[in-house]
Design a protein around this ligand. Sequence first.
Ligand code: WT7
Length: 654
Amino acid sequence: MTENTQTTQGDAFENLLLEERSFPPTEEFAAHAVAQPSLYEEGKAGPEFWAAQARDLLTWDEDFTQALDFSDAPFAKWFVGGRVNAAYNALDRHVEAGRGDRVAIHFEGEPGDTRSYTYAELTEEVKKASNAFLSLGVEKGDRVAVYLPMIPEAVITMLACARIGAVHSVVFGGFSAEALRNRIDDAEAKLVVTADGTYRRGKPSALKPAVDGALEREGHTVTNVVVVKRNGEPVEWTEGRDVWWSDAVGTASAEHTAVGHDSEHPLFILYTSGTTGKPKGILHTTGGYLTQTAFTHKNTFDLRPESDVFWCTADVGWVTGHSYVAYAPLVNGATQLMYEGTPDTPHQGRWWELVEKYKVSILYTAPTAIRTFMKWGRDIPKKYDLSSIRVLGSVGEPINPEAWMWYREMIGGGSAPIVDTWWQTETGAHMIAPMPGVTHTKPGSAQVAVPGISVDVVDEMGESVTNGSGGYLVVREPWPSMLRGIWGDPQRFKDTYWSRFDNMYFAGDGAKRDKDGDIWLLGRVDDVMNISGHRLSTTEIESALVSHPSVAEAAVVGASDETTGEAVVAFVILRGSAVDDDDIVTTLRNHVGKEIGPIAKPRNILVVPELPKTRSGKIMRRLLKDVAEGREVGDSSTLSDPTIMAQIAQSLRK
Ligand code: WT7
């Protein structure tokens, strides 16, 4: 384990060993569960098990001839020779099967405006968007950058790209113009789809200016920008480049026949932070991704598409919003809720009001949200009828047992099973999760591998640990929805995930097995932070800070935070010239906001005279983390100058 995480991991480990509670499914739930215990046995067949799932869950234009080709490991090919269209599977086939009148998406905007799309209506919109993109010159294989809020057009855009074989690259709206430009350049996007803006906390919030900013500098690959009118705020317009969605899509033909793409045809790129300053473009392809997202959506959530209302609260800018908003629920023919805004607008009961109004039966959200609701108090959810809830999901970071219990009691009526799902942008779909109705759930643990998935906890040498011990989380066998690489950088793919241990995928997480063999996640073991379930890189924020003329050096750590899990704390050494700026901290926070986005702004920036470094020049983040978390500073004997921690402490007291 790297230096900086050892202490926290140790603490987490000790505390979790004390957790002994376990909740069996109710008899009624178990009797009617979608997931059958036999899946675990069947899953042992590996690729053959997945081949059966692929044929059962998807409609193929051409059947595949081989389940898995891993001869060029670690590059995998799943369902070789098969042809499949993601949008056809998410849309047309439900209409053809007579389910066109079922609601696919209930949309609720933050101001309270609503729209519902049936499967027939959504299919028509996606066909129109496909034709619009084609007429703007987008061809199969071209990349399309998507910079949209949580509105149905985001899903429509993603599915239209998939339909015509264009590769979408969704960039979260909380990223800055600079970050958007980097992603546009890396993927060489031809088209950008955006909106004038959205609503945030009751006010209009702009998006289009960031796109304008991103494209200001010459030398990009973008030929058109399609703009959805969402909040009606005035926008700048570049003639010849910018096109209103209502003009491009609104007037397009609703006739479009989907054709199957190769199972390994790229479906999307999604950028995520790694341990270096440059985000990685995680590449996912079609057949395997759709199979595993659909399988897990059905079995982890006990999905009954004819009666459930599924609500995944994640933004489409993150992988959760890809797999469990844009793809799996629609491939499975479910009805889902999509909400644009914040949980406390216009009041702190908004989510529960929505659950009551739409009779949400499966809710999938992040621990950071649950902890926020805990802070707001029990009286708020108590005011609403939440009796429609039957399954609760958690994702993005370890869920602490207190939050788990609160979720179960306050939202789940004391009986709804909680499924804590561990996975990553790279894994594409759930990898570790209990199965409701089968698994006896434990507060704080993701517990067991999904059927057909081979995860393990290993020691430094790559040997499986014994029950009761901790180590590194790995995946031992290729899985259908695994990333197929890093866009444009095959070497980085090998180095990042496949070089730490022989023939195993290294996830970057610490984990332990309890006495029953169940898996508990303990957080990242690398320089990646997890802020409110969003991944941020320490190095990326450090690079942003040192790009400011006032900063000589910077070190960033993730410090534990009661609500957000971790928070960004930065230590900076200023250049002599910067001393005049009274408000250097605000200046630097805004600078990080401009370079990366508001989500990356440090909670605290501490100005220090020096940074603690080893003799080889490596920053000892572990010591800075001690300072940031207000702990006594640990062993600093390997510092090149052992007095530095005292100097830092003194400068902070001033
Ligand atoms: C990292 C992946 C998976 C979608 C959202 C985040 C952490 C994710 C859990 C969980 C403990 C979790 C891990 C992982 N993580 N889910 N249930 N329990 N930790 O996707 O941005 O790719 O981040 O999130 O550290 O490596 P991501």
